[in-house]
Structure formats: C-alpha cells, structure tokens
Design a protein. Structure first.
Length: 607
C-alpha cells in the first residue's frame, strides 16, 4: 500500500520491468475510489481515471506487458498529483495485479500470467487553507479568490497565486522577481494546509539589446525592424511577448524563442536573445465547396513567405465558382498580393494587390480589374485596422444594358476579434465594420458602400460541447442611385454566405418595369446551435434570414419594395486537424425565391 508518499523505487523498477520478458494476458483495469466519508464517488473516480496512464493504455488497446507495468508505476505519482490538485493530501493508493501490489514486484521475477489490474484509492479528507501568505506583493496584485483561509486547499491554486504574484512584479518592471522562500505544510490532524511564500522582487530592469543567435534567410536588419524591440525602455513582459508575436505573424518562421539574459550593470540592463527557425518559404493549397444550386467552387493558391529576404509574403490565388450552378454562370478570379511587414513601425504592414475577375451572376455579368495599395495596423491583440486606395475598372451587363464604370475607391476596415478558433469558434466575438467611399471617374457616379458583420459565440457545458452562434450582417450604399452603382457594389441575398436553403443571390430588387437589380440596403440574420456528439462528429441546427431593399434606409421607394426570405436546416460536422468539414441540408421557410432542399459542403463552420 502507498500512503502519503509514492515509492521511491518506481524509476528503477520501471527499467527492470522493461528489460523482462513476460506474457501478460491483460484483462482490463478496474477502479474503486472512496471519498472522505468512505463512500464510492463517481466524480473522484473520473478524476483518477483522467490522470491514469493505465486508462489511456486500455482506451488505446495497448496490451504489451512492459508498457502496462510502466504505466501502472507512473500512475502512483499521477494519481497522487491529481488528488493534491483537488486538496486531498492524505490519500492511500493501491495498484494491484491479481492481488499483488505492482510496486512490490521483484525486478527479475515478473509473473508470467497477469489478468485484471485493480486501482483502489482512498482519498482521505479534503484539506482547507489555514494560512495564505505571499509577501511582499506588488500594488494591485490580484490573487485567486480561492486562495484564502477556509477555502479548499487545491495545490493548483497555490501555484496560480504564486504565478500571479510574480507576474504582478514583472508587470512593474521587476523582470527577475522570484520565490525566495517557501513554507507549505499539510497539518493532517487539523486537515489544513498552511502556505507562507516569500518573494524577492529584484530591481527594476531596462531592456538592453536584442541578440540574434540563429541563422535565417530573413535579413537581420529586417528581423530587427519587424520585431520592434523596445531597447532602453523599462521591462514589460507584454512588450517582450509582442516582439515574438510580430515575428510569428509574418509566417516566415516556424518557431520564435525570446530568452531573458542576465542583468548587467550599470542600470540593471537586461539583453534578450532571439532564436528563430525558418519556415519553408513556399506553400501551395487547394480548397473546394459544393452546394446544390450554387454549384461547386474550387480554389488554389501559391505562397512565398520571404520573397525579397525581408519576410515579404507574395501570394497568388485562383478560383472558379458556381460550377454547374442552375442559377448563374461560372465566376473566375485571379489575384495577387504582396505584403511588406513593418513599413511604418513594427505594427504597420503595407500591401500591393491586384485582381482580375469575371462574375456571371443571376442578375448581371461583370468583368473587372482592380489595382490597390494600402496598409494594415495591429492596434492590439484583438483590434486591427486597414486602409487603402484601389483603382477599379469594370464593364457590366444587366437589365439596364451594358455599362462601364471607372472608380477610385478608398476602402477602410476595422476588425475586432476575440474568437478562440477562427475555423471552429466556441467562445468570443467577431465584429468587422468597413466603409468604401468611391469617387467616380469618366462620368461614373460617386458614393460609398458600408458593411458590418457581427458574430457572437457562446459555448457552454464541460469543455463547451454546446455552442450558440449568432450573426448580424448590415449593408448600405449611399450617394449613388441604383442605376448609377456598379452591380457588384449592390447587395443580394441567398446561398451559403447569407441564407442557406435559398438559391444563390436569389433575392434582389425588382422594379415596377420588371428590371432586376441588386439592393442598396441589406440585412442578414443567422443563428446556429452546435452540439458535439463525439470528439469527431458534431450536429448543427440553423436558421437564416435576409432582407434586401432598394433604399439604404431599409425602406421602399416609389417603384420597388424591400423583401424578406429565410431558410432553415440541419447539418453535420466532422472535425479534422485543419477545421471541421461542413455538410448542411437546408430548405426555404419564407419568401418566394426558392423551393426544395439545398445541400452545402465545405471546410470550417458556416460563420
């Protein structure tokens, strides 16, 4: 039996067992866990199972005796640590095979015929804190609420409290703050834990030099420019983390490691060393989506992560969509974009881009060329801004005839993103607001296109197996009339990006004379309930609605009215390493734009 301490011979015993040859007819693992009152506890059994390597071996159908004995020996400490984390400091742990304690097996005398393994645990009482002192503490230190006398004495809470105390000193420039003394005592007769930690804050530290210690295809001068290392400023761990994040953000490096050096005098200056490993410079990728009426879409890209040696990203994309669509012809897109990091400060990147596209949509045909330059600015971890200037030349054919448009557009966008995962979010908010004023050239009209997209994700349950997701889309065109606005600047509803169950771009504005054209106002609403059925399979139920109006104020005009349509359905998700594969089935629920059932297949959640 193992009491308050795990057998010190575990490591040596493991080595001996691994050298032995035996035939172990493994018959599974059984657990019996009794709580403080002596009764069996399913919750505590779940805690023990989650810490047990024997449970992992059984789940993975591993029956090799050497692996199983090693797992059993490791479980003494694994289970003990798991119980300490929950405040149980007097457990008794027994792991037996056919009545023999695993830790008592002779090194060179391993039995040849083991069957079922029993893991028996008596947790003993759950301890509470009697004393919780960490001194000295920086002003404003926020310790966990659970770190207080009378609260359950979880070992993890002690660690969290110490980390929070050291972090508070580091945030005030004390880079070398550390634990100077510790007195943590379990008082078994009182079932309490006393914690007395002494800290050594150390001096206020100033950033010194950034020392590059690895070879890279990215020029050293470019690395320093992108990193934006704050030499000469007071130490701040947030500033140090930003240095590494800026370099990772370029995509040119597979790993970035920033290490604090020793203090040097005078001035308590601290150099930091930077070690990087280059990412493979080139990458290609492919994508595909399929829906019943929208048809198929295929895409491909080629990417170079370090085109000129300064971590510049050059990317070319090609896409063909609406293949086989019953509602419109095929669309084509070829684009290129060069991104140049740190053109004006470490957090401002520049770009040059161009696009050639042909859109054969239900109500118009457009051939367009775009050339633009601009910049993106990382304002914070969750906030990003982008501004640019784009020259647009297009020729369109619709119910109003053949028309040419020549525009100078000034796109600007602000994005706020706290999602925990871009392709499969369970928590967070995503909001993007954009405006594109356009100046008409060669007799084209001037105006502005406004867009908003807000998404909310709320996961609930243990590890968030359930997710409620909601989306609001808004759009408006102001300044130019319907017949003066390029059709691709107007709004349409229907399809996978707006209303599933309705045909692609099936909702638009129909004037009194029968002219079909996009709207100047758009409102989209979407809700989803997502449920993880297993680790790999998920189920979804959803409802989408869209509204198109001839007026940017979402009202009607003398010769047209706004209209709604909606769709609903269910779907399956298969989780992969790159995101869930999506399969949705939807049908119209209101409006006169479609009927029947539509299917959608793609990668990532619908929004």
């Amino acid at each position: 039996m193992i009491g308050n301490r795990v057998c010190a011979l575990a490591a040596a015993l493991t080595c001996g067992v691994l050298a032995a040859q035996s035939a172990w007819a493994f018959d599974g693992v059984s657990y019996a866990v009794r709580g403080p009152n002596g009764d069996e506890s399913e919750r505590l059994e779940g805690l023990v199972r989650s810490a047990s390597q024997l449970q992992v071996a059984e789940d993975e159908d591993r029956t090799d005796p050497q692996e199983l004995i090693a797992a059993a020996l490791a479980d003494y400490s694994n289970i003990l640590n798991a119980l300490y984390a929950e405040g149980y400091y007097g457990p008794v742990i027994s792991i037996q095979a056919d009545g023999r304690e695993i830790s008592d097996i002779q090194l060179l005398n391993v039995p040849q015929d083991f069957g079922r393994v029993w893991v028996r645990v008596q947790t003993g009482p759950q301890f509470t804190f009697s004393r919780t002192d960490i001194t000295p503490r920086a002003r404003g230190t926020e310790l966990p609420d659970e770190f207080a006398p009378g609260e359950i004495a979880r070992a993890s809470i002690v660690g969290d409290a110490v980390d929070a105390s050291i972090d508070a000193w580091r945030e005030r420039g004390h880079a070398k703050a550390a634990v100077a003394s510790e007195d943590v005592r379990a008082q078994h007769e009182r079932e309490t834990l006393s914690v007395d930690i002494g800290l050594a804050p150390g001096p206020v530290v100033t950033f010194g030099d950034l020392i590059l210690t690895s070879e890279s295809a990215v020029r050293a001068s470019a690395i320093r420019r992108i990193a934006g290392f704050p030499a000469g400023q007071r130490f701040d761990p947030v500033d140090a983390a930003r240095v590494a994040d800026r370099l990772r953000r370029t995509g040119a490096f597979s790993s970035v490691t920033l290490t604090e050096g020793d203090l040097r005098q005078p001035g308590n200056v601290m150099d930091m060393t930077l070690q990087t490993a280059d990412q493979k410079p080139r990458r290609i990728g492919f994508g595909a989506e399929v829906s019943t009426l929208d048809g198929a879409a295929v895409s491909a890209f080629w990417l170079h992560r370090n085109f000129f040696g300064g971590a510049e990203r050059l990317r070319f994309d090609a896409e063909v969509s609406n293949i086989g669509s019953s509602e419109s012809g095929m669309d084509y897109l070829v684009s290129g974009r060069l991104e140049i990091p740190a053109i004006y400060g470490a957090d401002t990147d520049g770009y040059v881009q161009g696009r050639i596209l042909r859109e054969d949509e239900p109500t118009y045909l457009s051939e367009r060329v775009e050339l633009g330059v601009g910049a993106t600015r990382i304002i914070s971890e969750t906030l990003e801004a982008e501004v640019g200037v784009t020259f647009i030349r297009s020729r369109t054919v619709d119910d109003l005839g053949e028309r040419d448009f020549t525009l100078l557009a000034f796109p600007a966008q602000l994005t706020f993103d706290t999602r925990d995962n871009e392709l499969n979010p369970k928590q967070g908010v995503y909001v993007t607001a954009s405006t594109t004023p356009f100046l008409g050239l060669a007799d084209s009209a001037s105006g502005a296109r406004l867009n908003g997209d807000a998404r909310l994700y709320w996961g609930f349950g243990d590890n968030d197996p359930n997710v409620l997701a909601a989306r609001l889309q808004l759009g408006a065109v102001v300044g130019s009339e319907l017949d003066e606005t390029p059709p691709d600047f107007l709004f349409y509803s229907g399809g996978g990006g707006t209303v599933r169950g309705q045909p692609y771009q099936s909702l638009f504005v129909t004037l009194d004379d029968g002219t079909e054209i996009g709207g100047r106002g758009f409102l989209g609403l979407s809700t989803e309930f997502r449920r993880e059925v297993t680790r790999s399979i998920g189920a979804v139920a959803f409802y989408d609605a869209g509204y198109i109006s001839p007026d940017p104020g979402f009202g009607g005009t003398d010769n047209a009215e706004g209209e709604w349509h909606s769709g609903a359905g269910i779907g399956l998700r298969y989780n992969t390493g790159i995101g869930p594969i999506r399969f949705d089935v939807a049908t119209p629920t209101s409006g006169e734009t479609g009927d029947g059932i539509q299917f959608y297949i793609g990668i990532g959640q619908a929004f």
